[in-house]
Ligand binder design. Structure first.
Ligand code: E4P
Length: 217
């Protein structure tokens, strides 16, 4: 499973990137707003920092304007994935821009039928939003499973990018189902390393090491 970081905060991306666990980055207009940075400037910095795909989202709503914005975003760096919302116009823009050879991340996916359309329009990634479905008492993880089955039934190569991940359980469940990629905020990625039994066990080992006078270097 590939790990993308869902943020536009350079320091957080750099820290995780040093660990070698960052396969890409996703941003959206809300994350750009939170960073307080200019979209073109911060996206360029992120794309320089990581080797994998960096999703940058258009803000136009009509296909022609989305295509123009997508082409501009793609000039930032070779590893830009143009992020388009799952609307009819977004699908038209997806078809055009993917035919030109650009990576496309179709975002705001909330149904299996939407995912089917995105794959047929040539999306590189489909982003089903798990957390936002859970927020309204629907089953985000079931959507990941449905899309996995449909894509496998027909051999679609569009990668399932589990998005809107809020908990560590979302990560392991999406991995179990076979999502190709997950994108999560840095704090959720850091939490993946935590377990109370690890802390408890280490505490005991350190006490025993001290009592035994163990010194290694
Ligand atoms: C990723 O591409 C999405 O923009 C992001 O995961 C949305 O997450 P949220 O629902 O927590 O805002």
């Amino acid at each position: 499973m590939k790990f993308f970081v869902d943020t536009a905060e350079i320091d957080a991306i750099a820290e995780l990137n040093e660990l070698g666990i960052v396969d890409g980055v996703t941003t959206n207009p809300s994350l750009i707003k939170k960073s307080g940075r200019d979209i073109l400037e911060v996206t360029r910095e992120i794309a320089d920092l990581v080797d994998g795909p960096v999703s940058a989202e258009v803000v136009a709503t009509e296909a022609d304007a989305m295509i123009a914005e997508g082409r501009k975003l793609a000039t930032i760096a070779e590893n830009i994935a143009i992020k388009l919302p799952l609307t009819w116009d977004g699908l038209k823009a997806c078809k055009t821009l993917s035919s030109e050879g650009h990576m496309i991340n179709v975002t705001l996916c909330f149904s299996a039928n939407q995912a089917l359309l995105a794959a047929k329009a040539g999306a590189t990634f489909i982003s089903p939003f798990i957390g936002r479905l859970d927020d309204i008492n629907l089953d985000g993880m079931q959507l990941i499973a449905d899309i996995r089955q449909i894509y496998d039934n027909y051999g679609f190569e569009t990668e399932i990018l589990a998005a809107s991940i809020r908990t560590v359980n979302h990560v392991s469940e999406a991995a179990r189902i076979g999502a190709d990629v997950m994108t999560a905020p840095p704090e959720v990625i850091r939490k993946l390393a935590q377990h109370p039994l690890t802390d408890k066990g280490l505490d005991q080992f350190l006490k025993d090491a001290e009592a035994a006078g163990i010194r290694i270097v």
